[in-house]
Each structure stands twice: as structure tokens, then as C-alpha cells.
Design a protein around this ligand. Structure first.
Ligand code: ZN
Length: 59
């Protein structure tokens, strides 16, 4: 595996999806992230419940 460059869906900036993160995501059964870390943090901060409840991991 190698690091991937992904374009953030929210801010349009490229961000690195590292091998370590890919392994983590694969281990958890998640798909690839669509947002950079800062946009994920923003969304996490804005979230007040969410359709999937407390366990939602919004990558
Ligand atoms: Zn972003």
C-alpha cells in the first residue's frame, strides 16, 4: 500500500490518506474518507445528534 491523495468533498483541497489510516479504515470496514481532517473536525463540532446517533463516524 501507499499513501493516497484525495480531494476533500467540502473544501476541495487535496489531503493525504496515509497507509496507516488506510489500514485503520480497512480494519474498521470503513470506505475511503471524502473529507480532509479539518472538515471532519468541523462537521464533528457542528453535529448535534445525527441520523446514525452517537456511534456515527462521519469520515
Ligand atoms: Zn476539507
Amino acid at each position: 500500500m501507499e499513501d493516497k491523495i484525495i480531494k476533500c468533498k467540502d473544501c476541495g483541497q487535496d489531503f493525504v490518506f496515509t497507509v496507516g489510516e488506510q489500514e485503520f479504515f480497512a480494519d474498521k470496514g470503513f470506505g475511503e474518507p471524502v473529507r480532509c481532517k479539518s472538515c471532519r473536525e468541523i462537521r464533528k463540532a457542528q453535529k448535534s445528534g445525527g441520523k446514525f446517533g452517537k456511534t456515527e463516524r462521519d469520515w
